[in-house]
Ligand binder design. Structure first.
Ligand code: ADP
Ligand code: ZN
Ligand code: MG
Length: 495
């Protein structure tokens, strides 16, 4: 019997707010332990939570970006549990009336488009962080009370690779929307992975196994690559799977059981009496709607459609928003957007990267790398040449005024000095010789000086023509129009 995997993800992302969810403490990473705390986020008796309005807005915005509906009424509940990193002995979350419901994420997968339904995205608060030392343990509450969005998918994912692609797309959307920085290095995204298997062709779901608290996308993929075959093996050998929670041991590359359903917590959810239900006004919602941005996939598709770009180029401009915006500014005025893309990607991007290679080294895996939004923005703002200069440079190449190798030189100089391409061509004497009579004379010279290659060509060795062309280029000090030189040589040597 063949089995298939069924996967649903619960993804927690820290919202990009200045302060925490219920108090004025900073939402910041890396401060000394327990320096970003106050009586509210430490859960001291007698304190009252005050909702962070920007967190409410970002939650609604995330809902819109994920195609969710925003119910007219939502509320906060207390989820009771007792654990050292939880200052209040309960976590404020949204149980049966979340802020957003029933959406979907569309993303590229396996050469096509895949769609995963979103069950809900609700707002809750982060907890502190337990730290274990040699002889003692401690808790850092700086993170306690940071607004956290939990995005619950329907069990629509069917493989480790698909889960990875979904998470990548989700992260891109949230970064685009300014909902979260999704910085994996700073623990801003964490994920619970639910996975079961069932015989192919059946509809009923198998026992759900939850792998808790994954903090990298590649970890999620590796955990699933281990866990799915493990479950299938159990069933194939006549075993039974029971609903349970497991832990991923990254070093060992295995999952191990933590607890089974019988040991599951009863969270005793109840509405938080300190917090009013949320009933967003039309005006408030309009403010959120105004912040909706074009989604990454839509941007990529638009770049392919409107500018005729290949997928690879469009992908670059999807991942580097400022670079893509710059491309658009130039390409809108160009008869040849593909040429603009080539210059922006192959030359401009490389030049910009030179200045910050230390930041963008291969230190992180693909999925953990920082989004490239801000870094390029600064450099692009400092460009010395105007978009017109790039258009002019492309026109000089297309009219064959300069060769493509001379164009590289012009670009470098234009990047460094801001001078116009025409001025640089003039100053450096880079204009191509396209005058047929001049080139013909050089061709005759090359033919006369190289009887061997000439004989080779006549004997059918087509490659000999390139050698002769190279000689013409040399004689012209690189300025002959190479295409024209090739044409004239071929004509002269073909009987
Ligand atoms: P719970 O109420 O126990 O939290 P939910 O039904 O809300 O469970 O689902 C939690 C997550 O688990 C969701 O992402 C959902 O898609 C996923 N899920 C539920 N049942 C299964 C299953 N049998 N196999 C795989 N994933 C599942
Ligand atoms: Zn506080
Ligand atoms: Mg949860």
């Amino acid at each position: 019997m063949d089995y298939e995997a069924v996967i649903g993800l619960e993804t927690h992302v820290q919202l990009k707010t200045r302060s925490k969810m219920w108090c004025g403490c900073a939402n910041a990473f890396g401060a000394p332990p327990n320096t970003l705390v106050c009586p509210v986020c430490l859960g001291l008796p007698g304190t009252l939570p005050v909702p962070n309005e920007e967190a409410l807005r970002l939650t609604a915005l995330a809902g819109l970006l994920l195609n969710c509906t925003l119910p007219p009424r939502a509320k906060f509940d207390r989820k009771s549990y007792f654990y050292p990193d939880m200052p209040k002995n309960y976590q404020i979350t949204q149980y049966d009336q979340p802020s957003t419901l029933d959406g979907w994420v569309e993303f590229e997968f396996n050469g096509g488009l895949a769609r995963v339904r979103i069950k809900r995205a609700h707002l809750e608060e982060d907890v502190g962080k337990s730290l274990h030392f040699e002889r003692t343990s401690g808790v850092d509450f700086n993170r306690a009370g940071v607004p956290l969005l939990e995005i619950v998918s329907e069990p629509d994912l069917t493989s480790a690779d698909m889960a990875y692609a979904y998470l990548t797309a989700l992260k891109e959307i949230l970064v685009y929307g300014g909902v979260s920085d999704c910085d994996m290095e700073k623990g801003m995204v964490r994920c619970d992975v639910n996975v079961s298997v069932r015989p192919v062709g059946t509809r009923e779901l198998g026992a759900k196994i939850e792998i808790k608290n994954m903090n990298s996308f590649s970890g999620v993929r590796r955990a699933l690559e281990y866990e799915i075959p493990r479950q299938i093996e159990v069933l194939k050998h006549g075993g039974k799977l029971i609903q349970s929670t497991r832990r991923w041991d990254d070093a060992a590359g295995i999952t191990e059981e933590m607890r089974t359903k019988e040991e599951a917590h009863d969270y005793r959810y109840f509405p938080d009496p300190d917090l009013m239900p949320l009933q967003p006004s039309e005006e408030w919602l309009a403010g959120v709607r105004a912040r909706v941005v074009e989604l990454p996939l839509a941007r990529k598709q638009r770049f392919m459609r409107d500018y005729g770009l290949p997928a690879g180029d469009a992908e670059v401009f999807k991942n580097d928003v400022p670079l893509g915006d710059y491309f658009e500014r130039v390409a809108r005025r160009s008869p040849n957007p593909k040429a603009v893309a080539n210059w922006v990607i192959n030359n401009l991007r490389a030049k910009l990267a030179e200045g910050k290679s230390e930041v963008r080294g291969p230190k992180f895996e693909m999925d953990e790398s920082l989004p490239s939004l801000a870094a390029t923005e600064i450099s692009l703002a400092d460009l010395k040449f105007a978009p017109e200069a790039l258009l002019e440079l492309i026109a000089l190449v297309e009219s064959r005024t300069i060769s493509s190798s001379a164009a590289q030189q012009v670009f470098t100089e234009m990047f460094d000095t801001g001078d116009s391409p025409r001025a640089i061509v003039e100053r450096r004497g880079l204009a191509q010789v396209s005058d047929a009579a001049t080139i013909e004379a050089l061709c005759d010279q090359a033919i006369g000086a190289n009887p061997g290659p000439v004989a080779d060509f006549k004997a059918g060795k087509a490659a000999a023509l390139n050698f002769l062309k190279g000689q013409v280029m040399k004689l012209s000090k690189g300025k002959a129009n190479p295409a024209l030189a090739g044409e004239i040589l071929a004509r002269k040597l073909t009987p």
